[in-house]
Design a protein around this ligand. Structure first.
Ligand SMILES: [Zn+2]
Length: 318
């Protein structure tokens, strides 16, 4: 396992990562209050219009994103890509009224029933509680299965779905082959603990293996700092560690909560939201039980994460 130094801070805001290609990073370092809901986005300005990658979560966030976009281009956002159905990537869809919204058919299907109930969101992400009642689901208008390519002048924008559930059932990444830039959606979390509560950890590891084959120099993750393939390897290392250690404890008859408390995270304990080890272990257990599609018990997950945070504060031994 790669040991590494977790940066104290990183650049945020709308950052140009290639000619006319921007990453929008909301966080600026490991936040003790947690990173849940604080996603990244992207912008690709082309000859005919602009393409946005993800719409963030609550109105205050998306308003800031839209204002930042207007500072770098007067072109309309003609297309918006949702890298997956999660609220922190689709909550702001309503702000892109004139855009075609593109996602995998599976991501659209997962968004169709609507967002999780407001009280659950408020418990999970209390910092944004006041804004959740304002959210309105806006579904993708164009879907694809495994692959789609958008052309805008010389620019080629490839969309790719790994073919299995990974972070969620319908993940996609956005790849610019000429510029060697990859918007990974939530297949990558950089210095922020990956969250698999609706995912499949084993398949996610395989999806990362395939992602590492892309010819890319710059990776814009769904959460955390802009990075390179090195950070994608750390994400893979984390998932491999958690899955391997969860299996030992599953075989020994420990509950997911006991396993999550017991697993030593090594360098990853410095990443934000270390308590996500519990949902990640719970998903591994579902996999080991042969029920990878069974939904996670969210109230149990939240109670367990709250207990883990208390445990970490009391004994600093998470
Ligand atoms: Zn997500």
């Amino acid at each position: 396992m790669a040991s590494h130094v977790v940066p104290k801070t990183w650049k945020n805001g709308l950052l140009e990562v290639g000619p006319g290609v921007f990453a929008y990073v909301q966080s600026s370092g490991v936040d003790p209050r947690g990173d849940t809901g604080i996603a990244n986005a992207g912008l690709i300005v082309g000859r005919d219009g602009a393409v946005a990658v993800d719409a963030l979560m609550v109105p205050s966030m998306t308003r800031r994103l839209v204002a930042a976009i207007k500072k770098v281009t007067t072109k309309p956002v003609a297309k918006l890509i949702n890298t997956h159905h999660h609220l922190d990537h689709t909550g702001g869809n309503a702000f892109f009224k004139t855009a075609q919204i593109i996602a995998t058919d599976k991501a659209r299907g997962a968004l169709e029933p609507g967002f999780p109930p407001v009280p659950l969101l408020q418990r999970f992400m209390p910092r944004f509680a006041a804004e959740f009642p304002k959210l309105r689901v806006v579904l993708p208008t164009v879907t694809f299965q495994d692959r789609m390519v958008l052309y805008d002048g010389d620019r080629e924008i490839q969309l790719w779905h790994p073919g299995t559930p990974a972070h969620t059932i319908g993940d996609s990444v956005v790849y610019l082959p000429k510029e060697k830039i990859l918007f990974t959606g939530d297949l990558c979390f950089h210095y922020v603990t990956p969250l698999a509560f609706q995912g499949h950890v084993g398949h996610w590891i395989k999806a990362l293996d395939r992602l590492l084959d892309f010819d890319a120099d710059i990776l814009v993750p769904g959460h955390g700092a802009i990075g390179t393939k090195q950070e994608a390897r750390y994400v893979r290392d984390y998932l491999v560690l958690v899955r391997r250690e969860a299996k030992k404890r599953f075989d020994a008859g420990l509950s997911p909560e006991e396993a999550a408390r017991d697993i030593k995270l090594g360098p990853f304990r410095a990443w934000s939201d270390a308590d996500r080890v519990l949902p990640n272990v719970m998903r591994c257990y579902a996999e080991f039980q042969g029920q990878p599609d069974s939904p996670l018990d969210l109230p149990r997950m939240l109670a367990g994460m709250e207990a883990l945070r208390g445990h970490a504060t009391d004994h600093t031994c998470l």
